[in-house]
Write a protein that binds this ligand. Sequence first.
Ligand code: VGL
Length: 190
Amino acid sequence: MSRALIIVDVQHDFCEGGSLAVAGGTAVATGISRHVDEHGQEYAAVVATADWHVDPGEHWSEQPDYRTSWPVHCRVGTRGADFRPELDPALAHVHAVFRKGEHEAAYSGFEGSTDVHGTRVGLGQWLRERGISEVDVCGIATDHCVRATALDARREGLDTTVLLDLCAGVDPRTTEDALAELRAAGVHVG
Ligand code: VGL
């Protein structure tokens, strides 16, 4: 059995002071770095995803509803799209970064791709090629990108665990709904 860690969207704009700040985001960045320091050797691979928007259409809105439309966030070339510095110790162990959403909303890390010798490779293919059968998922936001990434991981047939202590959610109600949906889909919530 071969396990990977997927670190979802721990970027400035999703942490305190960012344009779409999620309470607890910075603490999650610190916690993930500690987790990788303590448990990094248990993973065959550690990967990170990043929201990476150029022009994502109605995903950005001047009047966001915070469910399907959002303030401008993670614009490519801005600090908001960068990873939080508290994640740096974990990033030193990251094998690949999967960027998603240049021209559309993209909640799941499985919509992201990384460059392998000039070819774009999606997260699902990348994990399959390395024989990964289990994934731990952590990051921001529990009720959106973590949710979508964990559901897609299950659909890929991966034994999937959400590390809840290493996640932060936008809204307590949608976070509870997301956790119920994840459990119903067979995702472990630990
Ligand atoms: C996210 C809202 C909008 C996330 C991304 O990373 O969970 N949330 N875009």
